[in-house]
Design a protein around this ligand. Structure first.
Ligand code: NAP
Ligand code: HSE
Length: 429
């Protein structure tokens, strides 16, 4: 075997980059046998070269991109900075210079994926991004390659570690939201700005990326309906338990033949459903296709080493491709142009928590508004502190209803003098 060393540069050495560097070191002695060549990280781009970084040789650090892009010996660029710019420019310049690229940057892929893939294809280079979706879970390669023999119709799952950690801690340990978010941040799960996690944007970016690969049609983040977990209270979780459900943040993408439905929102899932048992920073993705039937993938969805595991898999694949001269073999797979349907067309059941006047006839009035808008009631429970209390809480689970009909019913309910507050409105599996 030819005695070769592949030279690579890391762009960023934060949570994920730090994990990747540790894996590179731990695999150093077996990389030639494993991948066919040794790997040398010869430059690391950072913002602040003076920052103390234990275990990282200072001489590798640079804040000058030109030292990387203009070095012809660097064949592989691993982007772990995050954000749109300058990551987008650096990746495109690297591909145009004939370098292979690995990235974990879902924000960028979900918004500018088309131009990145076009640059990769134009230069016969690889752009690999296994770590961009669901951390350690192998899902990009399965969707793009292993399941390519299918017409996939559904991809659904828990794809954000931070929110799954928060919801699990609130549900199992009664931890409050702020404390759980602080712990998720401390553990390195949360994004630099955790708004992206808790408002469902991060999951929205991941479901957009998976929808592209599953349905062979470009879906961007702006086309994904997103709703986060910031309005989920411990009371909702308690009532969900009473009805036999857990609350999870789900990403859903479906292709029913007349367009793609792609959305992220909290959902009540039956406690015995496999997704309800996915806890902590674990993620899980369900896939349905005409040949494979159902398949489920599960693993750690965030954090230093789980994410580094996925990046390292791509790096090793790149070393193999470079050694065998077969880079650029698997390019953009978005060869269809399917319509993305608006949320108003989707159909769901709903969990409703309503604070209403505590007197006879109020429930009948609410039921009549729901019924007049085509919303059937499957279950209802009335909670009042005492018979004398001025208000009571109604918890309703509806039958399946089209979103547009449900929203019409909500508009009428809000206008009723007997309805004091629609406190929660969460979709049900
Ligand atoms: P992070 O801890 O904030 O680290 C970012 C690194 O990039 C830092 O070393 C930073 O340099 C460097 N950097 C940022 N902007 C730069 C710029 N303009 N020029 C030069 N260097 C720059 O981020 P992370 O959590 O490792 O995430 C990295 C990427 O992986 C993101 O795309 C993220 O969405 C994705 N991801 C993260 C996870 C996770 O669990 N954390 C999981 C999957 C995917 P300084 O150190 O000098 O500030
Ligand atoms: N912030 C992300 C999460 C990191 O919590 O899932 C992994 O993409």
């Amino acid at each position: 075997m030819e005695n070769r060393t592949i030279k690579a540069a890391l762009l960023g050495i934060g949570t994920v980059g730090g994990g990747v560097y540790k894996l590179v070191k731990s695999l150093e002695n077996e990389m030639v046998e494993k991948a066919g060549a040794a790997l040398s990280i010869c430059k690391i781009l950072v913002r602040d070269v003076k920052k103390d970084r234990p275990g990282i040789p200072r001489e590798l650090l640079t804040d000058n991109w030109k030292e990387i892009i203009e070095d012809p010996e660097i064949q592989l660029v691993v982007e772990l900075m995050g954000g749109i710019e300058p990551a987008r420019t650096y990746i495109i310049e690297a591909l145009n210079a004939g370098k292979q690229v690995v990235t974990a940057n879902k924000d960028l892929l979900a918004e500018r994926g088309r131009e990145l893939m076009e640059a990769a294809d134009a230069n016969s280079c690889d752009l690999q991004f296994e770590a961009a979706v669901a951390g350690a879970i192998p899902i990009i390669r399965p969707l793009k390659q292993s399941l390519a023999g299918n017409h996939l119709t559904e991809v659904m799952g828990i794809v954000n570690g931070t929110t799954n950690y928060i919801l699990s801690k609130m549900s199992d340990e009664g931890m409050d939201y702020e404390e759980a978010l602080a712990k998720a941040t401390e553990l390195g799960y949360a994004e630099a700005d955790p708004t992206a996690d808790v408002e469902g944007y991060d999951a929205g970016r991941k479901i957009a990326i998976m929808a592209c690969l599953a349905f062979n049609s470009r879906v961007t983040f702006s086309q994904v309906y997103t709703e986060g977990i910031t309005k989920i209270s411990s009371k909702d979780i308690r009532y969900a338990h009473e009805f036999g459900y857990e609350i999870k943040l789900l990403g859903v993408a479906r292709n029913d033949g007349d367009g793609i439905e792609v959305k992220v929102h909290p959902m009540l899932i039956p406690a015995e459903h496999p997704l309800a048992t996915v806890k902590d920073s674990f993620n899980a993705v369900f896939v349905h296709g005409d040949a494979v039937d159902d398949a489920m993938f599960m693993g750690r969805g965030a954090g230093e080493m789980p994410t580094a595991s996925a990046v390292m898999g791509d790096i090793i694949d790149e070393i193999r491709n470079l050694i065998h001269g077969c880079s650029g073999r698997v390019g953009c797979s978005c060869y269809k142009q399917l319509t993305v349907k608006p949320i108003e067309e989707s159909v769901s059941r709903f969990f409703l928590r309503i604070r209403a006047a505590n007197r006879p006839g109020v429930l009948a009035g609410i039921a009549s508004v729901l019924g007049n808008n085509g919303v059937g009631i499957a279950q209802v429970v009335q909670k009042s502190k005492s018979r004398q209390a001025e208000t009571a809480e109604l918890v309703i689970i509806t039958d399946q209803v089209k979103e547009s009909g449900f929203q019409d019913a909500m508009t009428v309910l809000k206008s009723l003098s007997t309805v004091r507050e629609i406190a929660s409105c969460i979709r049900v599996y």
